[in-house]
Write a protein that binds this ligand. Sequence first.
Ligand code: F6R
Length: 611
Amino acid sequence: MTMCGIVGYVGNNSAKDMIIDGLKSLEYRGYDSAGIALNAKGKIIVRKESGVIANLEKKIGKQDFDGNLGIGHTRWATHGSPIRENAHPHLSADGRIAIVHNGIIENYLELKAQLKKNHRIEFKSETDSEVIAHLIGAHYKGDLVEAVRKAVERMRGAYAVGAIAADEPDKIVAVRKDAPLIAGIGQDSNYLASDIPALLKYTRDIYLIENDEIVIITADDIKIYDEDMTRVRREVMHVTWDAAAAEKGGYEHFMKKEICEQPEGIRETLERRLDDRGDIKLDGVELTKKELDAIDRIYIVACGTASHAGMQGKALIERFAGIPTETDLASEFRYRNPLVNERTLFLCISQSGETLDTLEALREAKRKGARVLSICNVVGSSVARESDDVFYTWAGPEIAVASTKAYTTQLVCLYLIALYMGRERGVLPESEYRRMIEELRALPQKAEETLKTENQIRELAERFCIKEQIFYIGRGQDVGTAYEASLKLKEVSYINSFAIAAGELKHGTIALIRKQTLFFVLASQDALYEKMLSNIEEIKARSAHVVSIAKKGNRRIAKVSDETIFIPQCADEVAPILAVIPLQLLAYHIAKLKKRNIDKPRNLAKSVTVE
Ligand code: F6R
């Protein structure tokens, strides 16, 4: 099971309080049950509840037990339904070892069969994770570290595991492979967690645990070892984000807050890389003319929203840098034996840096000799660590499951990379480069202005929230925006929606148009404006309802459409950043009217660490 949160505490204070508090800080990740295990006077006490963490808190709040050491977990169901029995922590057969797990044990059925046969173990849950508790239990001879190591030798898959033993009330032992894990440094207390926000109230000094490392956490020490039990010296990472940045800051939902933070995110991502002369600094990423000339193909690979950014990236790199660029979904790339070699640049885009499909695609590209450059929002994430170079989005933590500010800042990174490459290769005329830098510099203010469409959007949402399906069409760079707008709507409102390149409509999908079928028509590309007018005529002739998104001053489109949302004037190339904003707002307001769980839509979690 995966997409969970892990929290562990060992120190002089109440483990119960810290763990519950830490789990609550991870609520935003999405979960369906939670649990805690404490070592209370040499006995392991486990409490679990399905549903919200408040259920668990209510349950244990009344009970008179506590300890100075424990582990906790929020679960998001994959193997086994979201019921209390399947919640973590899981116990060994004798109840003296407890574990929490994030990841997937691929060979759990095989292990389960062996444990049943050889140790007569009865399983209490339907999860893959329970095998870990029993494996450690089966190997335990008074040394938890040794037992964890032996268990890990048998496990295949991805995991971050925290384990405690009743007979060793001073330590948490944790191990990781392909699932995030950190250790937090406190005073007379130390911490374990899957994510930084869980610890922000307690410490800002952390160690990032690497693959195949084992960490032993006691109240006064954190020791990290590699798989051969050689001690590893790790630098302390000091977290600089503001805890308030992980809170809603007065907005009703994180999604709304994050939509409104886009002008700032765009500014940060841009200004940190542009000097006074308008030259681009790629954060120390070396991409010399010689290196660029040695690249004969770029693959941009990502999932979901990040892949829509990738679609824009392809257009930008080919246009500005003249390097053939392909985009692919990470889940497809992995399995199609792509034509990658030492002359390939693999450009990976991931907000979280923990998406398993993206990570595996990255590894596949590396195995084949490609150089890996990533665009990522999370410092120290797996994607960031495994890439040759990282170019960070400075969006700040993105908490809502539906990605908004990460998307627009990914686009900013792609502009910078494409322009840099074009200039370095000498294929982009200086005047064109200068024009684009001016366009980019104007974006934060234009994004502010675009946010002012909100009143119009709210009114549209009131009329359209009853629709059962909504179509989005566009041409050129508007196709990626149409895909992104459609995904946003589906995710948060649960309305069925469909995005298609406008020219493709007549090749089949046009059959779906009936009276009042709702179309959002993206017409932000001046170069394709006339074509979009024809598309509007085509769908209006079939009595559809058309809402266009166009640049200010485009009066003809307003005449042929039923209504028009205007974005500020800008160059076609940067229009995707502005055009998506009203459509993010539309998805948000429709979802709000439909009383959806906006920040944590059903069936979704913030980072998808499963295939
Ligand atoms: C949609 C959304 C997802 C992610 C996708 C990739 O709003 O958030 O489609 O974009 O799961 O996630 P990252 O970027 O973290 O790799």
